[in-house]
Design a protein around this ligand. Structure first.
Ligand SMILES: Nc1ncnc2c1ncn2[C@@H]1O[C@H](COP(=O)(O)OP(=O)(O)OP(=O)(O)O)[C@@H](O)[C@H]1O
Ligand SMILES: [Mg+2]
Length: 202
């Protein structure tokens, strides 16, 4: 099973992914990864993407770099782990590209979709949790440190709306989670959802 966590910066993805890894590790082999990054090549690309010095980066350059980092992650880590029967939990995956580069930067969604499939080697998550957190609440949770987190409020709103659109378009894969609640309550909802899905798959 391949599970991804998505949402705007500060929505609570990483904490929920961590809790989910802890919950599942008791019974399953679990790989916890993050996109972009995790592999040596992916981390080198991630550094380019987040560097404030790279403010001149073209939107398509950015798109291609994310796809490149993801390709390496899928081939080097995700696919081999799934092939061995493990559960993979990824902090972000290609829906981030759709939300940020598609809805946020307004690159054509058809182009994004094509590139997402290329970068993911057609690997589609089984469950995607989209943590939907109010922009003000999410903003207060994070320090605005890197290049992407210093985007305008309009950009962040488009990204948020993008995630909601993805959840509507793919309701079987994507589960929209109200991220304005406590860490524990959200965690309970996510764990219950995964448990139900795992039981159904047995
Ligand atoms: N539901 C919540 N209630 C209160 N605080 C939370 C909640 N979820 C996360 N936090 C806290 O907010 C901060 C940001 O959360 P987290 O790192 O999980 O967000 P993120 O979505 O991964 O952000 P980023 O996109 O910047 O990586 C952390 O300090 C985390 O402990
Ligand atoms: Mg995070």
């Amino acid at each position: 099973m391949f599970i991804t966590f998505e949402g705007i910066d500060g929505s609570g993805k990483s904490i929920q992914a961590e809790r989910c890894v802890d919950f599942l590790s008791a019974h399953y082999k679990v790989l916890h990864c993050f996109d972009p990054g995790h592999t040596p090549i992916g981390n080198a690309v991630r550094a380019i993407l987040l560097d404030k010095e790279n403010s001149r980066m073209d939107a398509r350059t950015e798109l291609l770099l994310y796809a490149a980092a993801r390709s390496q992650l899928v081939v080097e880590e995700i696919n081999p782990f799934l092939a061995k029967g493990g559960i993979v939990i990824s902090d972000r995956f290609y829906d981030s590209t759709t939300a940020y580069q598609g809805y946020g930067r307004k690159l054509p969604l058809s182009l994004i979709h094509q590139l997402n499939m290329i970068g993911a080697h057609e690997r589609v998550p089984d469950i995607t949790f989209i943590i939907d957190t109010n922009l003000n609440i999410a903003g207060k949770r994070i320090s605005e440190a890197d290049r992407l987190e210093s985007e305008s409020i309009e950009f962040k709103q488009r990204v948020q709306e993008g995630y909601r659109a993805i959840a509507k378009q793919e309701p079987l894969r994507c589960k929209l989670i109200n991220g304005n609640r406590s860490i524990e309550i959200i965690q309970q909802e996510i764990c219950a959802y995964i448990k139900k899905k795992l039981d159904a798959d047995l």
